[in-house]
Design a protein around this ligand. Structure first.
Ligand code: MN
Length: 276
C-alpha cells in the first residue's frame, strides 16, 4: 500500500489534488495530510509526523502544488521498488553529482529529470533525459522534494533531520544522502509524469533564500566526509574531479560564501565542531 504524505499550508489539501490522486494512482493508498496551517513545523518535522502516521510500505512525499499526469503511477512505482530491493528512494528530478562545495542539486552539471513545470500557468517540459540510455530508471545522488517515494522499512535508520535544519529546504537532498549511507540506491524515474507549480520568484524571497543558503551550508558541513559524490554515470573519475574543482569556483559557491546566511552559519557551526 502507498501512503501519500502531504504537508499542507492550509487545514486541508486542494480538492483538485485529492481527486487527481484518487483518479490516477491505480493502487491501494491512504492520504496522510499534515496540517501546517499554523506554520508551527518545519517540513522536516511535518514529514517525520507523516511517517509516524503512515501504514503503507511505500511512502510518497508530495507537495500540495503537484498534479499527476500519468495513469496508474502508483502501480508503476510499486513495480520498480519490487524489482530491486536495493532501491530506497525514487524521484522525478535529481542530480548524479554533488561537489564538496555548497551546491543545490539543480545547479549540478549532471542532472536527470522528467517533469512538467507550471510557472503561473505557463507549462514547460523539464526534460533532461540524456543519461538514461533508454532505461526508465537511473541511479542518482539526490532527488527533488516536489515528489519522491521512499521505502517505509528504511525509517528508523533514516529520518528527516529536524535537529540540523529548519524551514522548507534541503530535506530532500539530506534524506537521499541518508539513504545512500544506509546502503540503498536513490533513483530518478522517467515513466511517470507529474506537474509541479513552481516559479523562481515564489521560491526565492529574501527570507526564503537566506534560510535556503544556510541549509545548503549545513548540508555541505554535515556530509563533508562524503562529498564530492557521484552515482549512475559511467565517466572517468578525473571528469568528476575536474568538475568538482570548477564547482568550487562557481558563481553560486562564491555567492553563498559571501552571503550573510553563510557567514552566520559559520558562526553557529564553529562551536558545534569543537564539541564533535
Ligand atoms: Mn512545490
Amino acid at each position: 500500500m502507498f501512503s501519500v504524505v502531504i504537508c499542507s499550508r492550509k487545514t486541508d489539501i486542494p480538492a483538485e489534488l485529492r481527486n487527481n490522486v484518487e483518479n490516477t494512482i491505480g493502487c491501494e493508498y491512504e492520504l496522510v495530510v499534515i496540517d501546517n496551517s499554523g506554520n508551527d513545523s518545519s517540513i522536516f518535522q511535518a514529514y517525520n509526523e507523516g511517517v509516524k502516521h503512515s501504514k503503507g510500505e511505500i511512502l510518497c512525499f508530495v507537495h500540495e502544488d503537484v498534479l499527476f499526469r500519468s495513469k496508474d503511477w502508483g502501480a508503476t512505482i510499486e513495480k520498480q521498488f519490487n524489482n530491486d530491493e536495493q532501491i530506497g528512494v525514487i524521484g522525478f528530478a535529481g542530480t548524479h553529482f554533488l561537489p564538496d562545495t555548497p551546491m543545490y542539486w539543480y545547479s549540478s552539471p549532471f542532472v536527470s529529470q522528467r517533469n512538467l513545470n507550471n510557472d503561473k500557468g505557463v507549462v514547460e517540459e523539464h526534460f533532461h533525459e540524456d543519461w538514461f540510455n533508454g532505461e526508465e530508471l537511473i541511479e542518482a545522488v539526490a532527488v527533488d522534494g516536489f515528489c519522491f517515494f521512499a521505502r517505509k522499512s528504511l525509517f528508523g535508520r533514516i529520518s528527516f533531520d529536524d535537529k540540523t535544519y529548519k524551514g522548507f529546504h534541503l530535506y530532500d537532498m539530506d534524506i537521499c544522502m541518508q539513504v545512500i549511507e544506509a546502503g540503498y540506491r536513490v533513483c530518478v524515474c522517467r515513466s511517470v509524469l507529474a506537474e509541479h507549480c513552481w516559479s523562481e520568484s515564489m521560491q526565492f524571497s529574501k527570507q526564503g533564500s537566506d534560510l535556503f543558503f544556510y541549509n545548503l551550508e549545513l548540508f555541505s558541513e554535515k556530509w563533508r566526509s562524503r562529498l564530492p559524490v557521484h552515482k549512475g554515470l559511467d565517466l572517468p573519475e578525473e571528469v568528476f574531479e575536474r568538475v568538482n574543482r570548477l564547482c568550487r569556483q562557481s558563481f553560486e559557491a562564491q555567492l553563498i560564501r559571501k552571503s550573510k546566511a553563510y557567514r552566520l552559519g559559520k558562526v553557529v557551526l564553529t562551536p558545534l565542531r569543537w564539541f564533535k
